[in-house]
Design a protein around this ligand. Structure first.
Ligand code: HEC
Ligand code: HEC
Length: 488
């Protein structure tokens, strides 16, 4: 990873970018002294997006300390490190550490997480689903796609309800958004809706793109959960979710003697850092073998689920803070990462080349997990902030048989493969497709050896960190004019 040296500028006389570049200097020291950040400083427009991002970067590599609040988490007694119930590690990088200098990259099988589903305080291995660590590159685009798809599907549902009420008879609609088919819905004249035909998404038609089963809606929600689960760091926002009647910054909920373990602003910084990650790249697409492999993906049916791209209409990521100020980041402009930056089409959209369909499928026994998994029903921030969020227990858990289609972008790098990192090669993962993937897997098997090689060469061309390309997570020369704007 490229290291840049920043001269400390002790007096920051103006609010211009150049003068203030050292407010949160990027550090490669996971044990450096901790700098704190209040959301008010972001809300006031004092800091630019890259400045906030640098603090997030420092927190992402941080080895959390006892004095930060490391250790105890929700209902857990002692700060010993353990797989279950956690804390299981001292840093995000303990698991997201692969990638030759990439921050928040991917992980090997030895760092797999046991997602405990039985008892939060005394969980067991038998009561857990095992997951391998993916990379966080490109997640902001997936979050935004999921938001647009959710809103489109919900609009279809609302129209069906209006029609059923107006005509006095059932109204059935197909649920297609961005070309992906999520089944159908039938509205009744009394305003109720039959969701039994909904496929690959929860019945509330809210697409949650994160986790192997797709049960988490936003990077922010994910991050505040990961901080508690893996490190026992309880953000004020996490505590508000537990009990909105208490002051989160003076409440030592995990009784480790530390309050205010992570502020709203610090959670914003960690989220923003992930939002501004470079996106995975497709290299050497003009190469003849790779082009043929790409063609084969389509002709043998892989692209029915691994859809080459989905069109994102508005590539602007937004967070509305607890005081109603909105931080807007145009991912095509403020993202700082050269080749890893999404490009706008002439109509302002971005074609997100994810090689996935943001939908759950049944891939047969090789992919089935031991346990169903409840959905995290926290509201995404576009529905009014992280505050007043409550878990609604009426949505059924995600069946153990269903997994989200893994996006293949960056796929060359993110091995070992499969949701639990149990495939040592990409080809092994392809061969394990059964169920809805059986036909294309069988078509792959009967390809000639040369054809199979071109398809695998194509998969190898999808890279998080192309060889020879320097991945920096923020460039001080980049557009730094992004500021907080008043809430819309
Ligand atoms: C103990 C290992 C471990 C640690 C520590 C860890 N992660 Fe993860 N992370 C994982 C695993 C495993 C997954 C996949 C989870 C799943 O599919 O259920 C994951 C998934 C994610 C995702 C969602 C990716 C996706 O595509 O669904 C994000 C975002 C993320 N981690 C961020 C973080 C952040 C930020 C931290 C530090 C606060 C962190 N993680 C700490 C192992 C870890
Ligand atoms: C019916 C939908 C579907 C079809 C068709 C399909 N896949 Fe998949 N694919 C998935 C799902 C779902 C997963 C996640 C499985 C898991 O981890 O349990 C996956 C996982 C993968 C993985 C592992 C990725 C990783 O990082 O772990 C690869 C590689 C892959 N598919 C390639 C292919 C290829 C090549 C084809 C065509 C021969 C294909 N897939 C056809 C749905 C599909």
């Amino acid at each position: 990873m490229q290291r840049k040296t920043f001269l400390p500028i002790l007096v920051c006389a103006t609010t211009s970018w150049l003068a203030c570049v050292d407010v949160f200097p990027p550090s490669d020291d996971p044990d450096a002294g901790r700098q704190r950040l209040e959301q008010a400083r972001i809300d006031s427009g004092e800091l630019s997006v890259p400045e906030v991002m640098y603090l997030g970067r420092n927190l992402a590599i941080r080895n959390w300390k006892l004095e930060d609040g490391f250790g105890n988490g929700d209902g857990r007694p002692a700060p010993n490190i353990n797989r279950l119930p956690g804390p299981d590690s001292t840093s995000c990088m303990s698991c997201h550490g692969l990638g030759n200098g990439v921050i928040l990259g991917w992980g090997n099988n030895a760092g797999n997480v046991l997602v405990s589903l039985d008892d939060p305080v005394n969980p067991t291995i038998a009561g857990s689903n095992e997951r391998n660590t993916p990379t966080v590159h490109g997640l902001a685009l997936l979050e935004l796609l999921a938001k647009e798809i959710s809103l489109e599907l919900q609009a279809i549902r609302d129209e069906a309800v209006v029609e059923a009420q107006a005509t006095g008879s059932d109204a059935t609609r197909v649920l297609v958004s961005k070309g992906v088919d999520y089944g159908s819905i039938t509205a009744h004249p009394d305003g109720t809706v039959d969701t039994s035909g909904v496929q690959g998404i929860d019945a509330d038609l809210r697409l949650r793109p994160f986790h192997a089963k797709g049960h988490e809606a936003t990077i922010r929600i994910f991050t505040r959960g990961a901080l508690n689960r893996h490190h026992g760091i309880q953000s004020t926002e996490f505590l508000l979710m537990k009990d909105a009647t208490r002051r989160p910054d003076t409440w030592d909920a995990d009784e480790d003697g530390v309050v205010n373990e992570l502020t709203e602003g610090e959670l914003t910084a960690m989220t923003l850092f992930q939002v501004c990650m470079p996106i995975p790249q497709e290299v050497d697409q003009e190469d003849e073998a790779i082009a043929r492999g790409r063609q084969l993906m389509q002709s043998i049916g892989c692209t029915e689920c691994h859809v080459p791209f989905l069109k994102l209409n508005d590539p602007t990521w937004r967070y509305t803070s607890s005081s109603g100020k909105t931080l807007s980041v145009d991912l095509t402009e403020t993202q700082t990462l050269g080749a890893g930056r999404p490009i706008r089409e002439t109509d302002g959209s971005v074609l997100v080349r994810l090689w996935g369909d943001l939908k759950r499928h049944d891939l047969g026994p090789e992919s089935h997990e031991p346990l169903d998994q409840p959905v995290d029903l926290s509201k995404p921030n576009y529905e009014g902030g992280a505050y007043a969020q409550r878990i609604d227990e009426t949505l059924p858990p995600i069946p153990k048989e269903l997994m989200m289609t893994t996006e293949l972008w960056g796929g060359r790098d993110t091995g070992p493969w499969w949701h639990d990192g149990s495939s040592p090669t990409i080809e092994d993962a392809v061969l394990r497709h059964g169920g809805e993937g059986q036909a294309s897997r069988d078509a792959f098997v009967v390809l000639t050896a040369e054809e199979r090689a071109t398809l695998l060469a194509f998969l190898d061309s999808l890279q998080v960190a192309p060889v020879g390309e320097i991945l920096v997570t923020a460039d001080p020369e980049a557009n730094s004019s992004a500021r907080v704007t008043p809430s819309e």
